[in-house]
Design a protein around this ligand. Sequence first.
Ligand code: ADP
Ligand code: ZN
Length: 604
Amino acid sequence: MKQPLEILQQRYGFDEFRGQQAAIISHVIDGGSAFVLMPTGSGKSLCYQIPAMCREGVAIVVSPLIALMQDQIDALAQLEISAGAINSSMHPSEAYQVREQALNGSLDLLYVAPERLVMPEFLEFLSQCKIALFAIDEAHCVSQWGHDFRPDYAALSLLAERFPDVPRIALTATADEPTRNDIVERLVLPREHMFIDGFDRPNIHYSIVNRNSPRQQLHKFITQNHAEDSGIIYCISRKKVEETAAWLQDQGLNALPYHAGLASQIRRKNQTRFLREDKIIMVATIAFGMGIDKPDVRFVVHMNIPKNIEAYYQETGRAGRDGQPADAYMIYGMDDAAMQRGWINNSDAPQNQKRIEHQKLNALLGLCEAASCRRQILLSYFGDSSEPCGNCDTCQTKPEVFDGTITTQKAISCVHRTGQRFGVGYLTDILLGKDDERIKSFGHHQQTTFGIGTEHDKRAWQNIFRQLVARNLLEVDIAGHGGLSVTEKGRAFLREKQTIELRETPKQTKTTRSTRSTKRVSTALKTDHDKSLYDLLKAARGEIAKAKKLPAYVIFHDKTLIELASQKPQTPEAMLTINGIGETKLERYGQTFLEILLNDAEQN
Ligand code: ADP
Ligand code: ZN
């Protein structure tokens, strides 16, 4: 039997295992089941791929997205690992062939969607195969506590019963404590074998800004930091996706739309372009992204708040899987909170579930309004602790806070006294004592709160009201006209004479970070010569990718090219010391790249 480390070095071209990979792999090879929680990009796939090659039989990989199976299989084929898929989009004769391969033992991995796996007919087929293991990817879908529950996944509990001797490995990058317990219970996994790695993604820079002119904010963010990069922009609705993509195209950017309402050929085409070409910006609803393992996504933008912290962590986690610097940028406004609350209230979920969802939303709003390190808050939500990170907006420009107790009392009282039906604009006018016909017509100019808020200006009051909504002291009525009302928590605030700290309104001078993406490459590539060599290697990679109809990163990652350009190996053996070059890839592509390097050495 081949040793796992040998496989890692020869097939994958990596020197050593990371984190808990070695422990997980040997546990599964020995026939053990396991729960694995590791952040995106940390190398979960190896934890089942290597046991699949070491154990006898075929490994069944349960994965939720049929559309992405082929990409995963193509990438494995580059490493000469034999993998196949069976799904509804295939021709029956093709599916028949894959089944034959699985039966005769020539397949290492077989990808299936959960709904297929639990069909009686398919289970019958499986009982005729020698099965090496079951790998359940995106395992949080098993749990109702998770943020992406899928009934098909819940049916997977039958695996333990039907195949008691086959190890099961469940993998996910996002699961809070209740979700973890639920997964372990449903899939009957041993509690003493939960492999949990830290959640931190140190290469991701987090920032959350208040919405004032979203398109300009977006445009500036991209052009100043990521003009040459691939990224994902999440929008709240299909309509917003289309408008935003069209607008970015008008600005000369390479933006493509993606949402469930587009024809499936268009969706597939856009996704393929995003995976294969450089510099594509995907503007999408959250229908896009699960299972996308493009490693060089350099930024993820949220144009509105996501559903909760798990969703935020997972969506932003699609940036920087290759470990290189990446950005998570969120644009956030008061109406976001109202919209999310409305959706929760209007859903069919049982009362109990709604309560949980409201709590989760509150935690997310806390993150948005935080005056301390974003990463600390994110990590502590998942039960990890850390020091302030220095790589988020609040670490870099610490927000000022002030004692907002009296300010808050004034705001709540103003809402209360005007009958809990007016919006922020009107309430602000009252607090500032504006001479206004509408105010007079309601008689509000004679109330005690009229003109008592002049210590803040209009912008500051907007900022304050948003924070009070985020803290759930006030609530926005979205069914009506955005009128504010006082929540139970808000009434308690007044009654119990509580105190509160609020964030100061940021100064309007816009601070932007320097162009990090250019800096990034220049730190790794020290001279202009190295940089132009890198460009040559990248062009060669692009040609191979195009000829083979494969994403460029399947040939070599950027990181591998950067190492080639800076270390300039001159022999095949020396090339094997580069990260990401194993014997298989050396054989396939070594010559092409070696020639470029030798040529370069000759000329210099
Ligand atoms: P995940 O599924 O956890 O998001 P992947 O399995 O896709 O992560 O791995 C992320 C990246 O890290 C991949 O490019 C993979 O080849 C690389 N990788 C995995 N394990 C190692 C290792 N031991 N050494 C170097 N790179 C690794
Ligand atoms: Zn920080």
